[in-house]
Write a protein that binds this ligand. Sequence first.
Ligand code: AMP
Ligand code: MG
Length: 413
Amino acid sequence: MLSVKDAEAIILNLVQPLDAQRDVEIVDLWAASDRILANPITSQLDFPHWDNSAMDGYAVRYEDVKQANAEQPAILEIIEEIPAGYQPKSTIQSGQAARIFTGAVIPAGADTVVMQERTRREENRVLILAAPQPQEFVRHKASYYQAGTQLLPPGIKLKAAEIAVLAAAQCPEVKVYRRPRVAIFATGDELVTPNTPLQPGQIVDSNDYALATLVRESGAEPLLLGIVKDNPDALQQTIAYAINNADIVLSSGGVSVGEYDYVDKILEALAAKIHIRAVEMTPGKPLTVASFPNQHSALYFGLPGNPVSALVTFWRFVQPAIKKLAGLAEGWEAKFVKVRSHDELRANGKRETYIWGRLYLINGVYEFHKAGGSHSSGNLINLAQTNALAVLPVGQTFISPGEEVQALLLANS
Ligand code: AMP
Ligand code: MG
């Protein structure tokens, strides 16, 4: 059986990222949050656009004030007031100053700003009470970035700071990768929708709901194909439709070795290449990963049906695959941190074991608290509020309270 690491490498290697020319769309900057930039952004402007003041104070000539102190202040005539947003009209001559405000343009002739806390105003004169540094509090034109320099590289996710950069660079519209399309369906004769009264033997399909949420959280668009019976024809039709209409296909259930587990056989009938059939992990051992060489670029994940297994395999393998496919240049890999375990954790040592729970920040240290209740992979209920999975590698059977453990972070950043 494949190790988790090997399975991860195979999957990430199979992912074909979206194309920076074809798979893009233009979005309004207001709607660009969390989208992935497809083009480098090059500045048409200098930053700052012109010499401006970093302080409220007085624009002066350094030569006039370099000897100033509280006993012998330099006394300058105020010839203009320059608020932010105005073009100065005069040129500062020796013995003159302009009242200036933060962000306002430095007038010709001035080279230094004295902050107002080091001055005293007397009608139309200002007394400079301390000598500034030469050019102090002047933000020089182009001193941050010159026109023509790259402000943002492609492949980054647009968050508040990047959106602000785009606004400042006068990009009211931006080219981003389209959202990956992820087809989702559940398989099983026992499954019904949440609004159906339960007959004996039936259970509610929760996987479709969980997976649709995770797909959206990962920045992709779910294509919801619903519940499919354990019927080879119906399954084949759905799978054929899904691989033609999505970048990634997620089914849940039907990938174990039971009589009614048809997914692998149908994939073979559709000429799929099956790369993974099982992974050495718990929960989540039955996992099918397939591609369709020379037919479609779609990547197929047959997730286990057990609700916990379906989510754990999504978090461990599918989420990184979606993020890589979506055009992110880096940071798509699963993220692990070393944390302190609050609880005793146990595993059988035979497979890599994922234990669900919650990280709490306690006195600056993250602590893992195992979820209460049964840790059966069929027990969906105690997954609620999970934000991390503690990971015990093969061979490790025990972590005692207070010991360090690796945790897979589930929060989407
Ligand atoms: P399977 O992998 O099809 O053998 O399913 C394993 C277990 O997961 C069975 O107990 C199923 O009833 C359950 N299961 C399968 N699909 C779903 C689903 N979509 N939602 C909730 N439970 C499911
Ligand atoms: Mg089933």
